[in-house]
Design a protein around this ligand. Structure first.
Ligand code: PEP
Ligand code: MG
Length: 579
């Protein structure tokens, strides 16, 4: 028996067999010179790989036709055309003859060149097609290198997924019915992989450093997501303890779910609003079971990350409409594209952003590509007739960016009118406060915002200079750091001074240990992973706003996060002794 500790990324306990996923990325494509006499054989290898890849794509196309999935069938049809494109083949042959290098290198070099040209093209259609070229080249590479492609969507048995690192797009693609737990060497609590694991209700422990090296075939694992622990080959008594803990966990969940219909109101009548964060449209309906009063953050960029699918206006329109319809009259805040950082897509993010977290991310990328941005805004506007939509801009660093974004929204409205497309008359537009400069100028931003939503994941990352995905520095990401508390207070006070609502959609909104301070600081709306709503509500129902205000006031006087931690723990022990 061996115990490993990591970052608690998604609660829940699971016991089972593991599947070690080694990924499909090719980081080191072999590159070597070939002799003149080898050109023919390299060319024949290329033709054979093309034929094998085309056979796979034809089979996928036929399957999509059988499943009457026209969208998928069209994509595979387009991939087939690319594989058979004579211009592409001529380009390969010319470079092979001129450079005399191995064919894998030539294919990867030419494909990368095409993808990067398409990504920076001013034509939105071409930009969207870049993902297909990347996909086709990936398939070719598997054939040329003789590596079998494995998709996490193909898992057929219940497993605990173990990986060194997983991209959010891989988590999106995995077979969610089969993945019962996730363990990773890398990753922090607010990485998007962790956020997705919570969204899908899969217990996860990240930042384990060596888990991929510690396990061997046949091992049984216990994953305790809430405690951030993993036990390899538990003894009989430990196994019994965890089997019991699974039952207790379930009982606790059932009890919490019995309160979902109660309003989120303190004992002395202070009402706040609890909403859910979602990443994919399919989550929308489920959030209602947890008592969500709306969606406070729909991370629209995940639509752009779905492997092999471009997010054209129609696809976006359907996704947004489906979320709005599922929520009825309840408000849905769609956050405009926040690509970049750990959310990368070959058709949008250029591969050479050296410092992605400080680079071409979110609203910066959208303002630089008005076509891409306005396509999304038009899709949201058109969907607005199906429900109660709000729009929110991510990563605003100052008022100039907000003004530009608002003016592009006006342009998108004018375009819809010109095309005779209807949209709701009044749509609230909010600003995410997730960069310190935004929090420090919240009074200015409030003049042009209908609401604020605080993104504590990034606000903490940028305030304390802590990469949110790097487990080695996650110990520094202390939400009760006086710097963060001051920025939260500044933001909430600035919102209230202007008479607008202050919401929070960062992970802190769903952390029960922070609920009393956030209530005390005056936060109006908490938006979180849906499954966290009942626990946050429990805290709200069991407290008074008065005691929370006193606590927040004391916290603002603390000089270190440790002092505030102690203060909060004492408060929780007094008001929730059984917790
Ligand atoms: C945040 O930064 O807190 C946030 C909600 O946005 P994301 O986690 O998607 O960056
Ligand atoms: Mg953010």
């Amino acid at each position: 028996m061996k115990k490993l500790s990591g970052v608690s990324a998604s609660p829940g306990i699971v016991i089972g067999k593991f599947f070690l996923y080694q990924g499909n990325e090719f980081h080191d494509i072999p590159r070597y010179a070939i002799g003149k006499t080898q050109i023919d054989s390299e060319w024949r290898r290329f033709l054979a790989a093309t034929e094998a890849a085309a056979a796979d794509v034809r089979a996928l196309h036929d399957k999509a036709v059988q499943e009457t999935s026209k969208e998928k069938a069209d994509i595979f049809q387009a991939h087939l055309m690319m594989l058979e494109d004579t211009e592409f083949q001529d380009q390969i042959k010319k470079q092979l003859e001129a450079d005399r290098e191995n064919i894998e290198w030539i294919v990867s070099d030419i494909s990368r060149g095409i993808v990067s040209k398409m990504v920076s093209s001013s034509d939105a259609y071409l930009r969207e097609r870049a993902v297909d070229i990347a996909d086709v080249s990936h398939r070719m590479m598997h054939k040329l290198l003789g590596v079998k492609e494995f998709s996490l969507a193909d898992l057929t048995e219940d497993v605990i997924l173990v990986a060194h690192d997983l991209m959010p797009s891989e988590v999106l693609a995995m077979n969610k019915d089969r993945v019962k737990g996730i363990l990773m060497d890398m990753g922090g609590r607010t990485s998007h992989t962790a956020i997705l694991a919570r969204a899908f209700g899969v217990p996860a422990v990240l930042g384990l450093s060596t888990v991929t090296r510690e396990i061997t075939t046949g091992d049984i694992l216990v994953v305790d997501g809430g405690a951030g622990q993993v036990i390899i080959n538990p003894s009989k008594s430990v196994l019994l303890k965890y089997q019991d803990a699974i039952k207790q966990y379930q009982r606790k969940q059932d009890k919490l779910l019995s309160e979902v219909d109660l309003p989120a109101e303190t004992k002395d009548g202070h009402r706040v609003c609890l909403k859910a964060n979602i990443e994919v449209p399919e989550e929308a309906e489920a959030v209602l079971h947890y008592g969500a009063e709306g969606i406070g953050l729909y991370r629209s960029e995940f639509l752009f990350l779905t492997p092999g699918q471009a997010a054209e206006e129609e696809r976006q329109y359907h996704a947004y409409s489906s979320v709005l319809k599922a929520m009825g009259d309840l408000p849905v805040t769609i956050r405009t594209l926040d690509m970049g950082g750990d959310k990368v897509s070959p058709n949008i993010q250029p591969a050479d952003d050296k410092n992605p977290l400080l680079g071409w991310r979110a609203i910066r990328m959208c303002l630089a590509q008005p076509d891409l941005f306005k396509t999304q805004l038009r899709a949201i506007l058109r969907a607005s007739v199906h429900g109660n939509v709000k729009i929110m801009f991510p990563m605003i660093s100052g008022v100039e960016e907000l003004e530009q974004a608002l003016s592009l929204l006006e342009e998108a409205k004018a375009e819809c009118l010109q095309r005779k497309q209807r949209f709701a008359k009044k749509i609230d537009v909010g600003t995410m406060i997730e960069i310190p400069s935004a929090a420090l100028t919240a009074d200015i931003l409030a003049q042009k915002s209908d609401f604020f939503s605080i993104g504590t994941n990034d606000l903490l990352q940028y305030t304390l200079a802590v990469d949110r995905g790097n487990e080695k520095v996650s110990y520094l990401a202390q939400p009760f750091h006086p710097a963060l508390l001051r920025l939260l207070k500044l933001t909430i006070d600035a919102a209230h001074a202007k008479g607008i609502k202050a919401a929070m959609c960062g992970e802190l909104a769903g952390a029960t240990f922070a609920t009393p301070i956030l209530l005390g600081l005056g936060l109006d709306e908490f938006s979180m992973t849906a499954s966290a709503i009942p626990m946050v509500k429990r805290i709200i129902l069991g407290t008074t706003i008065e005691s929370c205000r006193t606590l927040a006031e004391k916290a603002m006087g603390c000089t270190s996060y440790k002092q505030t931690d102690t203060l909060v723990n004492a408060w929780l022990a007094e008001y929730f002794p059984s917790k």
